[in-house]
Design a protein around this ligand. Structure first.
Ligand SMILES: CC(C)(COP(=O)(O)OP(=O)(O)OC[C@H]1O[C@@H](n2cnc3c(N)ncnc32)[C@H](O)[C@@H]1OP(=O)(O)O)[C@@H](O)C(=O)NCCC(=O)NCCS
Length: 190
């Protein structure tokens, strides 16, 4: 069946350039490196990351998780960055899913427990959203979080992704179905 729309972005929007580092003031979003492995293991050992990301990672899985990001950039299916400052890795932020045809990206983030409480995720999300519009040409950046996770709600609001609504029973967690807030920003939002 022929489509009546043309893809909003042609293949190559990501892959024609190497994955860049994104400047976020005193933070840097940089591609993952194999030496970041301990930070990834520590993150997925944290009960809050386990609760809201619904997974754990073994040592080997953490290596594989890091190693997978360059391929995802090349295939234009996702893009992940370590959120860093001069002290090292503070967290992660990613476009966990990218849809070039509809010029959209879905964001995921976590911050290591020791780095929480100073707005790292909101600053990283603001920088990634700007990059997604200005450098990748995306039209919409969005995320979902459980309604039981108010910190993530504040992160999205502070970064300029207002709530659009609630997906009732939208995602399964370890304790069952959770209602999910949907947040988004469009490139045309002022
Ligand atoms: C969500 C998370 C990334 C935020 O980390 P952070 O950038 O350090 O966030 P901060 O602690 O600076 O708090 C951000 C905002 O949330 C608020 N907040 C933090 N904890 C909160 C809580 N338990 N209840 C309500 N608000 C909370 C803060 O007051 C702050 O609000 P403000 O912007 O109005 O000042 C971090 O808590 C985390 O990694 N959690 C586990 C994984 C996770 O939830 N990932 C997101 C899945 S959708």
């Amino acid at each position: 069946m022929p489509l009546l729309t043309t893809p909003a972005l042609a293949p190559g929007a990501l892959a024609r350039h190497p994955q860049p580092t994104i400047d976020a003031g005193d933070l840097r979003l940089r591609p993952w490196q194999p030496t970041d492995h301990p930070a990834v293991v520590a993150a997925y050992a944290d009960p809050a990351v386990q609760r809201w990301h619904c997974r754990t990672l073994t040592d080997d899985e953490a290596h594989a998780w890091i190693a997978a990001w360059p391929g995802r950039w090349q295939q234009e299916t996702g893009a992940g960055w370590a959120v860093t400052d001069d002290s090292g890795v503070l967290g992660q932020i990613s476009l966990r899913a990218i849809d070039l045809a509809d010029a959209q990206g879905e964001v995921s983030y976590w911050v290591l427990p020791a780095a929480r409480g100073r707005g790292v995720a909101a600053r990283a999300l603001t920088a990634l959203t700007t990059f997604s519009f200005d450098r990748l040409g995306l039209h919409r950046v969005w995320l979902r979080h459980s309604t039981g996770n108010p910190a993530s709600c504040r992160v999205a609001e502070r970064a300029g992704l207002p709530a659009e609504g609630t997906n009732r029973g939208g995602a399964r967690h370890a304790d069952g179905w959770h209602d999910m807030h949907l947040h988004a920003r469009l490139r045309t939002d002022t």
